[in-house]
Design a protein around this ligand. Structure first.
Ligand code: BJW
Length: 242
């Protein structure tokens, strides 16, 4: 059964000239990056509303920075897996391939993907809460109250918290890619967070076939044309090999 689905998905992907990919934390799980909502996920012991909202940062910046410094140390030590590499290879052989990721770990870029839209920002960039300046900084631990070298304001992680708008440029490009693609490939996301999760449905409304790869069944995998169950580090290379 899964073999038939895999063959059908491979056929669709090989025929397509325009593909949009949406990834989530599950794609980095095999690299050793914890997901959010799985039983061993980041939010097993933490309330997201106390760590991933602008209100939480305003109330307890040191606690929020402790969480993000921990995450920076974790991703500094990991490497892309076979799923990231398969997606990078797909981009190299296709003229129109857009990778929209909810991940903030930069592992797609480390694997060689170039056309990456970071819908939820990234962990290696800081943003000044006073003057707005963004700066790349690969220091693993920035301390409890990192300050802006330009104006002395408090820095925050350049990620998108609940209640905040997605970066409009990245979101606009992701929407356009979802609307024009023939196949939308969704991997490793619980598809619970909007508006990112809506990209796949948007693609479908515009005529794309939707393929989902996830360890578990999700609302999106139920709505997909083809739902493949398994690890993305195993499924994506099988699906995308030339
Ligand atoms: C594997 C695997 C393996 C494991 N192989 N698979 C309706 C419309 C619009 C907005 C909303 C709405 N209802 C509610 C909202 C607001 C909110 C929202 O969606 N809330 C829901 C939770 C209900 N959205 C927002 O606030 C967004 N902004 C917005 O909408 O602005 C407009 C607006 C403003 C004000 C009011 C209303 C609207 C912003 C969302 C920002 C999300 N940010 C986070 C944190 C980023 C920073 C950080 O990293 O700390 O982004 S939350 C967190 O969830 C993170 C992730 O990118 C995101 C998605 O998680 P993901 O990637 O799916 O991970 P998991 O853990 O959930 O799932 C992992 C999956 O992998 C599982 O399915 C596993 O089975 C699978 N898996 N191993 C394959 N090896």
């Amino acid at each position: 059964m899964q073999k038939d689905l895999l063959d059908e998905a491979r056929r669709l992907l090989h025929k397509a000239t325009s593909i949009c990919v949406l990834t989530g934390a599950g794609v980095s799980a095999e690299s050793g990056v914890p997901t959010f909502r799985d039983k061993n996920g980041l939010w097993r012991n933490h309330d997201p509303m106390q760590l991933a909202t602008p209100e939480a940062f305003a109330a307890t910046p040191a606690l929020v920075w402790e969480f993000y410094n921990h995450r920076r140390r974790c991703i500094a030590a990991v490497e892309p897996n076979a799923g990231h590499l398969a997606l990078a290879a797909l981009e190299r052989r296709l003229h129109d391939c857009t990778l929209a990721t909810q991940n903030v770990d930069r592992l797609h870029q480390k694997a060689g993907s170039r056309n990456v839209l970071e819908l939820h920002g990234d962990l290696w960039t800081t943003r000044c809460t006073a003057c707005g300046v963004r700066q790349e900084d690969s220091t693993h631990d920035l301390g409890a109250r990192p300050l802006c070298p330009a104006c002395g304001g408090l820095l925050r992680p350049n990620v998108v918290w609940f209640g905040e708008l997605l970066p409009q440029d990245a979101w606009g490009q992701a929407l356009a890619a979802a609307k024009r693609c023939q196949v939308m490939l969704v991997a490793g996301t619980s598809a619970t967070v909007q508006p990112a999760a809506s990209l796949a449905l948007m693609a479908r409304e515009h005529g794309a076939r939707v393929i989902s790869c996830n360890l578990e069944s999700t609302a999106l995998s139920k709505a997909a044309d083809i739902a493949l169950q398994g690890k993305s580090g195993e499924l994506l290379p099988l699906l995308l090999e030339a």
